[in-house]
Write a protein that binds this ligand. Structure first.
Ligand SMILES: N[C@@H](CCC[C@H](N)C(=O)O)C(=O)O
Length: 295
């Protein structure tokens, strides 16, 4: 089986081209992703991306993303930049590219030099804030309410409660401003696998959630530490960065154009009237041939 290893800001994916036909059977995709993502024993990655034919003429190509724990996500910001680069350079010379995702239509506009995609600007859609759209279920709130800087209780030795905001940008995110919680990013990093995991699996989030600790540096810059649903700590999360800027902007903490500093590098997000845009690059690391999936 042939695959390509790609990354965007260190958030790494195994890309499998199924545009001309299925490579991994539908019912095996989850288990396959879990196995091939296991670092040390197999290729290792934060997730697997499948490139498929779209299900309708509205789109040029279909994007599927499985996390390293085998769960399928609706969207992935770093993944869609990797995907767009792969599709343009190897499958379809279409620019802009209309991408079908489980989170809805996304449009990738690429900057190209000598047939190589250098930068990708992705239309990330319109954010949803209602609890029914996250989804989130919490006592005292209606399904049409929003949960912005609301508090939830935790059960760990380090942080007893946390103020967070939720938004769905195709997939669900919880955004935690460290300054609103009397903590800093060093504290969050030290206890990330306890606190991040607890929030990911918190009973108020029936489909789990991606978790981001955010420090606002000024009106145009933020720093983010991420714990991803289904993958744990990652060096960057494109949808998470999009979500963090949307919430920061909604709370008046930043302007509408923000440079986010992530462990794996920087990403630009712009909040506009018609939706949100993410601008960054992606890297093709190597092509591989799978000999043994390991485990
Ligand atoms: N790293 C991605 C998000 C991948 C999916 C996420 N873990 C989920 O389950 O929603 C990104 O760059 O957006």
């Amino acid at each position: 089986m042939e695959f390509t290893k790609m990354h965007a800001l260190g958030n790494d994916y195994i890309v499998i081209n199924e545009f001309d036909g299925e490579v991994v059977k539908e019912e095996e995709k989850s288990e396959f992703s879990k196995k091939i993502c296991r670092r040390g024993f197999s290729v290792g990655a934060d997730g697997v991306i499948f490139i498929q034919k779209p299900t309708s003429d509205e789109f040029d190509v279909r994007f599927r993303i499985f996390n390293s724990d085998g769960s399928e996500a609706e969207m992935c910001g770093n993944g869609i930049r990797c995907f767009s680069k792969y599709v343009y350079e190897r499958i379809l010379k279409k620019n802009p590219l209309r991408v079908e995702t489980k989170g809805g239509l996304r449009i990738s506009e690429m900057e190209i030099e000598n047939n190589e995609v250098k930068k990708i600007k992705v239309y990330m859609g319109v954010p949803k804030f209602k609890l029914k759209d996250i989804p989130m279920k919490i006592e005292g709130y209606d399904e049409n309410d929003e949960f912005i800087n609301g508090e939830i209780e935790l059960n760990n030795p380090y942080l007893k409660k946390v103020k967070l905001s939720v938004v769905n940008v195709g997939n669900p995110h919880a955004v935690i401003f460290v300054e609103d919680n009397g903590i800093d990013l060093d504290f969050a990093r030290k206890h990330l696998d306890v606190i991040g995991k607890e929030i990911e699996y918190h009973k108020v989030f029936p489909e789990r959630i991606n978790v981001h600790f955010v420090e606002v540096l000024n009106g145009n810059e933020i720093r983010i530490l991420t714990w991803e649903r289904g993958a744990g700590y990652t060096t960057a999360c494109g949808t998470g960065t999009t979500a963090s800027v949307i919430i920061a902007n909604k709370l008046g903490k930043t302007k509408n154009k923000v440079l986010a500093h992530l462990d794996g590098g920087d990403l630009e997000i712009e909040v506009k009237n018609d939706g949100v845009y993410m601008i960054g690059d992606a890297v093709m690391v190597y092509d591989g041939k799978l000999l043994n999936i390991g485990w």
